[in-house]
Write a protein that binds this ligand. Structure first.
Ligand code: KG4
Ligand code: ZN
Length: 382
């Protein structure tokens, strides 16, 4: 990462400016607003951005309780809630007089995600940009998940962060409700997808399996809790409840979780499980997912001769997956970057982080008519 060390000796002919960036995330069922602050120095007419930024606000309203009844996210309901939540969070972030005058950049997620949900954030960004003449950085949500894992807290309070440069080349394993991807990265902002799911995303499989067991949405944390209880039990899993490890031996870096999900649903219907067995069965599901993730990630790291692994997305909050990937990396002498568990699921800080990285690396922000042209891209790729 380019940037200056804020503790370094300053040359005499410099101008320093505090820059505030407002980030908006509305791609799915979390309304996120964050404000970060950093410094811009102009030294001999050259702009240099501080290495660190400070989190002024990081706010989130989760819609989980609203979508629970549907067992998943209902796009138009998400839109309605974002429309309601954005002004509430902006007021909390900026104060009653909507002090946008101190904001120098807006970063907004424009994809991938649910189209109606994405548009709410984009429309808000456009309105503020037009009224206050603020440039906009359109942000890829998945790139946000990558940069969330590269955030390093610089103080105990955890409100000053730096983005670390991983030892490149790197593989990013992105595991969320909508995505399961292996991304090769040999430079910042340069990505090549080398593996993906052929059907369900891993988070989606967690959510659907949870539903079939009678657990609430989002299913990932619920399954994980039961699996952890399963790991403490002394009885073994019935042989007929063993699950497949799909695509484990396929000769590519792709995944498939739909068959595994169906196998779980069929077994739940066929065998009457006791509570203890449900815990063991959740553990077996978590193990099956982890085995496949480990095998494919390891192959990708090896095939592309990588020095590090970045793990991002909501499913990376899972304790067993984190632990297993960390152990694998330790054995293979690979550096691993995981986000704080609280920053694994969707939030606006991750959008601020990638926007900060872009500003630091002189990526231009959009102004005027170009802002008007920003569109939601539900299937946006990295
Ligand atoms: O990244 P994210 O917040 O939203 C998307 O971009 O999709 O990911 C949400 C997904 C959900 O499927 C949720 O069940 C899963 O992340 N998840 C977990 C855990 N926490 C969240 N999956 C497994 N274990 C967890 N602890
Ligand atoms: Zn996400």
């Amino acid at each position: 990462m380019r940037g200056f060390d804020s503790r370094s000796h300053l040359p005499s002919n410099y101008i320093m400016q505090k820059i505030r960036l407002l980030a908006i995330e509305t791609s799915c069922d979390e309304t996120g607003i964050a404000i970060i602050e950093f410094e811009k120095k102009i030294v001999k007419k050259q702009e240099v951005i501080s290495k660190e930024f400070k989190v002024i606000k990081n706010l989130l309203i989760s819609q989980i309780d609203i979508h629970k009844d549907y067992g998943g996210v209902y796009p138009n309901l998400a839109k309605r809630e974002h429309i309601k939540n954005i002004p509430i969070l902006l007021e909390q972030a900026l104060g009653k007089d909507d002090n946008f005058k101190n904001i120098n950049y807006i970063a907004v997620t424009y994809g991938p995600g649910l189209s109606p949900a994405l548009w709410t954030g984009i429309e808000a960004a456009k309105t503020i940009s037009k009224e206050y003449n603020i440039p906009v950085l359109p942000i890829n949500h998945m790139e946000g998940h990558i940069f969330s894992s590269l955030l390093t807290a610089k103080n105990k309070k955890g409100d000053i962060y730096e983005i670390i440069t991983p030892s490149l080349p790197s593989i990013a394993l992105l595991i969320s409700g909508g995505h399961t991807e292996l991304i090769y990265m040999n430079n910042f902002f340069k990505y090549k997808k080398v593996g993906h799911t052929l059907d369900d995303a891993v988070g989606e499989a967690f959510d659907k399996v949870a539903r079939s067991i009678g657990l609430s949405y989002p299913g990932g944390p619920e399954i994980s809790k039961k699996a952890e209880s399963g790991r403490r039990e002394i009885v073994a899993l019935r042989e007929e409840l063993r699950l497949p490890r799909p695509m484990l031996h396929s000769k590519d870096l792709n995944f498939s979780f739909s068959g595994l999900k169906t196998s779980v649903i069929n077994k739940i219907e066929k065998y009457k499980l006791t509570e203890e067995e449900k815990n063991l069965f959740c553990m077996e599901f978590e193990n099956a997912v982890t085995d496949v993730l480990i095998k494919k990630t390891r192959e990708a790291l090896y095939l592309y001769n990588c020095n590090s692994l970045i793990v991002g997305g909501g499913v990376s909050a899972n304790n067993h997956i984190r632990k297993s990937l960390t152990e694998m990396c330790k054995n293979d002498d690979i550096d691993i970057y995981l986000s704080d568990k609280k920053n694994s699921t969707d939030n606006a800080l991750m959008i601020a982080a990638i926007a900060f990285a872009k500003v630091s690396n002189s990526h231009p922000a959009l102004t005027g008519e170009k802002v008007e042209d920003i569109k939601a891209e539900p299937n946006l790729k990295l």
